[in-house]
Design a protein. Structure first.
Length: 276
């Protein structure tokens, strides 16, 4: 059984194994989504696929009806930062789309997302997407026992801003387990050496949202969809991670190559369960 330390739950062996199971499922669903993306499909097509694939695995889609969210997955295109609601929007050549998948299985949550290229991307789309991809990897690389939570955000901010991008400040990563959102809050900007110390058994998401322009966002009238305030492109990648005795285990590591990453290898994509 896990226990709580400074309001952050420390997972025990049985809970960690449950987290591995559900995170593996979420990673597999996300990988399959990448294979179906092409110009001409709608975001509702993505939602339908994610819902059916999740249920097929014996899991439930966590976003559905969560605080009133109406769909089973978030689909965020181009200037949409996060929480895009699937519907009739058609994917067009050159779009980028973040697909955010969260499963519930045996009482635990697994959360992961990636930004995909639809057709041939523009130089700007490649820039923001690959900075986001690398930002996640640099954040994950800071996770180890004794490190400070702020080190994650500091590493991401330092890199992204050096690439002339910005880091969204209004949304953060989060602890995860029996609850979709638990402590701690994981900021993607910050100061080295600040924040709580990481301890083995902590599980949380790292999910930097990177904008090509300014970091400011605004939320549309649907009370969910967040877009860049200046209309610039935004990209995001997310993993659920476990602090181990010696480093980090990426629970949502993927067994196969994510579509779009063939030319941009992902250090933390696998092998699944490997510690870094």
């Amino acid at each position: 059984m896990g226990f709580r330390s400074t309001s952050v739950e420390i997972k025990g062996p049985k809970e960690i194994e449950r987290m591995r199971e559900v995170c593996r499922m979420a990673a597999e669903t996300l990988t399959l989504v990448g294979e179906m993306l092409r110009p001409g499909i709608t975001t509702e097509d993505i939602n339908r696929f994610v819902h059916e694939d999740t249920v097929r695995r014996g899991a439930r889609p966590a976003p559905l009806k969560y605080k009133g969210f109406p769909k089973s997955v978030c689909t965020s295109i181009n200037e949409v930062v996060c929480h895009g609601i699937p519907g009739s929007q058609v994917l067009a050549e050159g779009d980028i789309i973040n697909v955010d998948v969260t499963h519930i299985y045996k009482g635990f949550h697994g959360d992961t997302s990636a930004t995909f290229y639809v057709g041939t991307p523009s130089p700007d789309a490649i820039q923001v997407t690959e900075v986001a991809r690398r930002s996640l990897e640099l954040g994950v690389a800071q996770v180890k026992p004794g490190a400070r939570l702020g080190d994650i955000g500091a590493a991401i901010q330092e890199f992204a801003e050096a690439q002339r991008c910005s880091v969204v400040r209004d949304f953060v990563g989060h602890g995860i387990g029996r609850q979709f959102h638990e402590e701690p809050k994981v900021s993607h900007y910050g100061t080295w050496g600040r924040g709580i110390r990481l301890r083995p058994g902590m599980t949380f998401t790292i999910e930097p949202m990177i904008n090509l322009g300014g970091w400011e966002v605004r939320v549309l009238d649907d009370d969910w969809t967040a877009v860049t305030a200046d209309g610039s492109l935004s990209a995001q990648f997310e993993h659920t991670v476990l602090v181990t005795e010696t480093g980090v285990e990426v629970l949502t590591a993927r067994a196969g190559t994510l579509k779009g990453s063939e030319l941009y290898p992902e250090y933390f994509a696998g092998p699944r369960g490997a510690e870094r």
